[in-house]
Ligand binder design. Structure first.
Ligand code: NAG
Length: 403
């Protein structure tokens, strides 16, 4: 709380300064304050139009440009900010306030996205809170009577290069909180995600068909994966992430739909993570069935588990649907060269390490190094499970490996 007062007065100062000075000559950047475009900070009037008009001007600027959302609450029904912009590599969307989705479900359109940035190279999205107000949608889905509106991910960055997302707080998304889709060169820094443990499919950060993505210093509490690394991702670096509640950090799920395309994930590093009361820690999951693909070159280093159901898990028979709908057969995704280095702490179930790999495509090159996981405070009570998994160990490994 000691921070609150100076921070508020700083923000108020910024607010006043930016409201009356559209340009910031010192920084050489053009400033586009959404209040000047008619946005009302009352949380009631739809500010989507003003936001989009401010964006259009910023995107047309030939100099570096910033759209600024001052403190206050802004209702936005849904908005897609598209490029390419004129000032290549320099458009910033800076939020000091809170952007709220419409109350109830269905007000975000049917695109599956609430706020989207698309085709904007050099984009920076910084600060602010996004409140997805997902509760009504979750409750509809939980009742399970079909006919719920399409859920919307809160923030999607699509088809862009050289993007920074910094200091954004996302709460209660209807679906995924932050999606990085078909991007190259994205840094996500200091992002916070907050949603209840029982909110369905509310992944914190979801990466899809992207390369050179780094995530640093994230704090994620949610109802599904804290971070999910879906198909087609490569050269991914994740460092310093606190996860819980949630379903852990997952590669996958892969291989759900049949089809010709190969689903590959390669060169992923997940370093210095803390899992508290999560259902999984470090997970790779693939569905059964014939969709081909691979996961290779993964390093999980320096992880701390506190009461995690499945601290280390490869699950190639992944199928979360209860009762039917699971594909038969063994997974055609081959998993190789996966290292676990320095994983310690407590498992909430006896099987602390589980490698349940494909019969037709066994896992290879799994390496466990300096692993110490306990169950009920006793190392001897924890177990490992292996099926179709080959690999080696180095240093201390508890529970004893079954590779
Ligand atoms: C793996 O990805 C990292 C970025 O996360 C990159 O710096 C490195 O060069 C990549 N390694 C290979 C062999 O491609």
């Amino acid at each position: 709380m000691a921070m609150a007062k100076p921070l508020l007065s700083l923000l108020a100062h910024l607010h006043a300064a930016l409201l009356f000075q559209p340009a910031d000559p010192a920084a050489g950047a053009m400033m586009y304050n959404v209040l000047r475009y008619g946005a009302r900070p009352d949380g009631a009037a739809d500010a989507a139009g003003p936001f989009l008009r401010a964006w259009a001007d910023a995107c047309r600027s030939t100099r570096p440009a910033t759209v600024f959302v001052p403190p206050g609450r802004y209702l936005v029904s849904s908005a897609t900010f598209t490029g390419p912009c004129h000032s290549r590599a320099a458009v910033t969307f800076a939020v000091a306030g809170t952007v709220v989705a419409p109350a109830g479900s269905g007000g975000r359109g049917s695109s599956g996205r609430w706020i989207t940035f698309e085709n904007v190279d050099g984009l920076v999205v910084s600060g602010g809170t996004l409140d997805g107000r997902g509760r009504a949608l979750w409750e509809c889905r939980r009742r399970g009577q079909g006919s719920c509106p399409t859920p919307a991910s809160s923030l999607t960055i699509a088809n862009s290069r050289d993007v920074v997302v910094a200091g954004v707080r996302s709460v209660d998304s209807e679906l995924f909180h932050l999606v990085v889709l078909q991007c190259h060169g994205v840094t996500v820094r200091g992002v916070t995600v907050e949603a209840p443990a029982d909110s369905p499919n509310t992944d914190g950060i979801h990466l899809h068909m992207s390369s050179q993505v780094s995530v640093y210093d994230a704090r994620i509490s949610t109802g599904d994966d804290c971070i999910s690394i879906g198909p087609g991702n490569s050269h991914i670096w994740i460092e310093r992430v606190a996860c819980g509640p949630g379903h852990g950090i997952s590669i996958g799920s892969l291989g759900k739909q049949e089809g010709m395309a190969v689903e590959g994930v390669q060169n992923v590093t997940v370093k210095t993570t803390w899992f508290t009361g999560t259902t999984n820690g470090l997970r790779i999951k693939t569905w059964g069935g014939s969709k081909r693909g691979f996961v290779r070159g993964v390093t999980f280093a320096d992880a701390t588990m506190s009461g995690v159901d499945n601290p280390i898990i490869i699950d190639q028979r992944y199928c979360p649907t209860s009762g039917g709908g699971c594909p038969g057969g063994s997974s055609s995704i081959s998993i190789s060269d996966v290292r676990y280095v320095g994983v310690r702490g407590s498992s909430a179930t006896p099987v602390a390490v589980s490698f349940d790999c494909s019969r037709s495509n066994p896992c290879s090159g799994i390496r466990l190094q300096d692993v110490a996981l306990t169950y009920r405070n006793r190392p001897a009570a924890a177990r490992s499970y292996c099926r179709n998994a080959r690999g080696s160990t180095l240093g201390l490994v508890l529970p004893p490996s079954c590779l």
